[in-house]
Design a protein around this ligand. Sequence first.
Ligand SMILES: [Zn+2]
Length: 249
Amino acid sequence: MSTRRLLLVFAHPDDESFTSAVTIAKYAAKGVEISLVCATRGQAGSAGDPPLCSPGELPQVRERELREAAQILGIRHVEVLDYKDKHLSEVPQGILCEQIRQAIRSYRPQVVITFAPHGISGHPDHRAISSATSQAVRERSETLPVRKLYHCTIPSTSPQPPGRTLHTDPYEEITTEITAPTFVPTAARALLAHRTQHKSVEGVFPGITRGDLSRVRHVNHFILAWHNLPGYRIVGKENDLFAGIPASD
Ligand SMILES: [Zn+2]
């Protein structure tokens, strides 16, 4: 079988760990070559409480945190674009889309993952990267190696973190569940590598900063948003992102 390659396209350092950590770690351990495009350095985020750096240092600190989390999860290539956090939706979609297509041409993934259109937290940057990635994959798809595009999401049956309202999808609409409980400690280490974000990490996964990993997700949920596998049908729920992709791809 030829090398399996997965490309993640997100807006901020930490999106990868919040949405897909056990999935990334599981596929990296199987030898899948994983790449990540992150559109911003998260400079509008918190510097920590108390602050771990000055606002001016935050972009570099967050990029370093991202690279550390990526290494923990087994992501091979990390490409950080230079967009301003909170302003991604102001970038002309065609430009963002072309940068994503360039990454696809470089890394040649069979599978691409981005946010669901609602962006889970609803952040406008999450929505913008979802939209641009969808356009990048779908337009002139015959010129690209991508076979499947997934939207990461959470099912409406999941408990909401305290004090937060996340966008979800009905469980019936979720096509794909990746379950990997053995990678929960790895996922937790990646989340905690985003040290400046400890408050939001603790907010979404209560207890994690005290070593309680019971709220760290051992299963990630995805919706197969697009594919170009003629005749491919999902019966029940998929448990493999690469299901249906020819071995020779
Ligand atoms: Zn984000």
